[in-house]
Design a protein around this ligand. Structure first.
Ligand code: SAM
Length: 283
């Protein structure tokens, strides 16, 4: 029988944000795979935990995951995986270990607890019934993927959450503003820590604010979704700038058959198909 992988959520700042079950599990497993062993050592000392630790991080995640599976889990030993902070697998290497265990039929379970994105979303007061988590933007070198995410944001109607490092915040805010236009944003900083903040502002204000202030600490950005009414009004204005003929050509140039294009044009302009037909005849 193989062991179990326990994904254990640990505090994102305040050391008291840990569950009794996580403390108990960290004491009882055979090994802890920790993203930052120095940081986790402080947590283990605080809770008087003496379980052996191994270092498992972004730069060794593939080989080390295989090693942990081969030398511990497949030998029947239980392993806890902990991130630098928060919930393993959320924008961190826990994702790889969990996926590899599942591939090999090893039991994986997740012990819930602190997570920066959920903390930020809930305290932002933005709609949380449906939301979208983007994690960190793709690196600048991956220009295509970064542009794709930013383009998606411009149409996204759900609240969207990003993680960002302080030294990249200024440039990222400018890009988000260029992509999404004016939107509400809540800038969450140093969550659960002494200088915790969740500051609601408009994206343009955020850009100006950080042009004048140095970003410090850890950040989560919660951005309001595009207002669907505003999108409808924008689309309506766009169609109204076109003649019926141009509007038809817009669809037909994309390969939409004539009859189907008439239906679409009528729907876009909020009129009947008969009106479109007459308008085309009178051209
Ligand atoms: N697994 C973690 C989680 O559950 O949230 C996230 C790990 S990711 C590598 C680290 C990023 O999370 C930081 O760059 C920051 O954007 C966000 N973060 C983590 N702790 C935070 C805190 N206390 N306040 C604000 N953001 C935080």
């Amino acid at each position: 029988m193989s062991g179990t992988l326990y994904l254990c959520a640990t505090p994102i700042g305040n050391l008291e944000d840990i569950t009794l079950r996580v403390v108990h599990t960290l004491k009882s497993v055979d090994l802890i795979a920790a993203e930052d062993t120095r940081n986790t050592r402080k947590l283990l000392n605080h809770y008087d935990i003496h379980t052996p630790m191994t270092s498992y991080h972004e730069h060794n995640k593939y080989e080390k995951a295989d090693e942990i599976i081969r030398t511990a889990l497949l030998q029947g030993r239980d392993v806890a995986c902990v991130s630098d902070a928060g919930t393993p697998a959320i924008s961190d290497p826990g994702e790889v270990l969990a996926a590899k265990c599942i591939e090999q039929g090893i039991r994986v379970t997740s012990l819930p607890g602190a997570c920066a994105l959920i903390t930020a979303l809930t305290m932002s007061g933005m709609p949380a019934r449906r939301f979208c988590f983007e994690g960190f933007l793709p690196p600048r070198e991956d220009k295509r993927e970064r542009t794709r995410v930013l383009e998606r944001l411009s149409e996204e109607e759900r609240t969207t959450i990003f993680y960002e490092a302080p030294h990249k915040l200024r440039a990222t805010l400018k890009e988000l503003y260029a992509a999404a236009g004016e939107r509400k944003i809540t800038i969450c900083r140093e969550l659960t820590k002494k200088y915790e903040e969740a500051v609601p502002m408009m994206l343009s204000e955020a850009v100006s604010f950080y042009d004048e202030h140095d970003p410090r600490g850890e950040y989560v950005l919660v951005i309001a979704g595009r207002d669907p009414e505003e999108k409808k009004a924008r689309d309506r204005a766009r169609w109204q700038r076109m003649s019926v003929e141009e509007h038809m050509a817009y669809y037909e140039n994309q390969g939409v058959p004539h009859k189907e294009a008439m239906k679409k044009v009528a729907a876009d302009r909020g009129v009947s198909k008969r009106e479109i037909y007459s308008a085309l005849l009178s051209q």
